[in-house]
Design a protein around this ligand. Sequence first.
Ligand code: FAD
Length: 404
Amino acid sequence: NLHIVVVGAGQAGADCVNALRQQGFAGRLSLIGDEPRLPYRRPPLSKACLLGQAGVDSLGLRSAAAWEKLDVEMRMGQSVEHLDRAARQLQLLDGSRLDYDRLVLATGSRARRWTLPGGDRSNVHTLRSIDDLQRLLPAWQAGRRLVVIGGGYIGLEVAAAASQHGLKVTVVENQPRLLARVAVPLLSDFYLQLHQDHGVEFELGQGVAHLLGEPEVTAVELSDGRQLECDLVVVGIGSLPNTSLASESGLEVNDGIVVDAGMQTSDPAVWAIGDCCRHFNTFYQARMRMESVPAAQEQAKVAAATILGKAPPAHAVPWFWSDQYDVKLQMIGQPVAEAELVVRGDPAGGDFSLCQVQQGIIVAAATLNRTQEFVALRRLVGERIAVDAVALADPELALKSLLP
Ligand code: FAD
């Protein structure tokens, strides 16, 4: 009678226990999470929740009744403090111990904090959890001046929601363009214009030198010495994988818990999935760490299969979405700097697609408010279907006609 324990009750952990049951596991199953609530979706935290369109009660991944039906021993509000791999035993914060036969680490990632002076002031926020949201909401008031540090997805989603809510927003980004790590320059330019059209101000190519003021931050000093007065600060400078249980127990960690294509560590009893792991991706034939809901969902299923002794399904091409104002961005694959860029539609109108073509194949794509093209592009990129770049640029061409 095997006992499978999943540590971390976020997207990946919740999906993994579900997948184990769906794939036929009838033995003892435990899910342990340090947040004091049932597993929930994080994407709305920086979107619908900040816009006042969704309450935290609507974020649950499944209802309490559905969890009960799944027959999982749920230990919420319990942190796992120590992993003893030799004894196959976990130690929890309350001192209790739990034995496992198979262990899945699904501990996610945490927001990178501002570690320089001022980062601990009460009006400096990060946004990773419902607790973070509940700390932020009392200050979320029209007319307040918000400085967002970081022009990545979360920073920009916060900026979009804030400006729609009537806050006065400035985004500080030390790269010369927005989304520099993850998007082609044309997309960066589009988002800059979109936000400026909504009244958001930008300081690009500017570092933050100091957070000034006590007991609360009253101004952000930029690297060129100028000061931006503010009432609150949101820091969106990326995240760090939660790997301490793995590293303390001697598992390999390299910006993520290292796992193979089946999400298994070098310990045959331990798997890792979701934001916390660096897996061998069969689509790219490379090791990578991914931070997205689709990746967490896929890895949860792959791990469930290999735990149960089945062959791991292949990884699909990665994809991701972001909602800002009335623009839905969907991205497929990883941008390649050298690839040829094909633009479909009119970027100024906010309804277009971008395809990156290399050696007759679309290697990455982004669609804005074009969900049908996204569906076709997922297949074109994922199945590496040959295309003609000139034909692709024709806005009249229906992409699904290129599918076999
Ligand atoms: P998490 O969801 O972080 O869950 C990990 C859980 O493990 C947490 O509850 C953590 O507290 C718990 N834990 C950690 N250590 C322990 C321990 N020792 N003991 C017990 N419990 C522990 N992705 C998209 O694809 N699209 C989006 O639009 C999008 N928007 C986002 C917006 C925000 C504001 C955030 C924060 C994320 C967003 N993401 C988005 C990313 C997505 O939410 C994550 O990739 C996904 O949640 C990863 O799931 P996970 O289970 O690996 O980690």
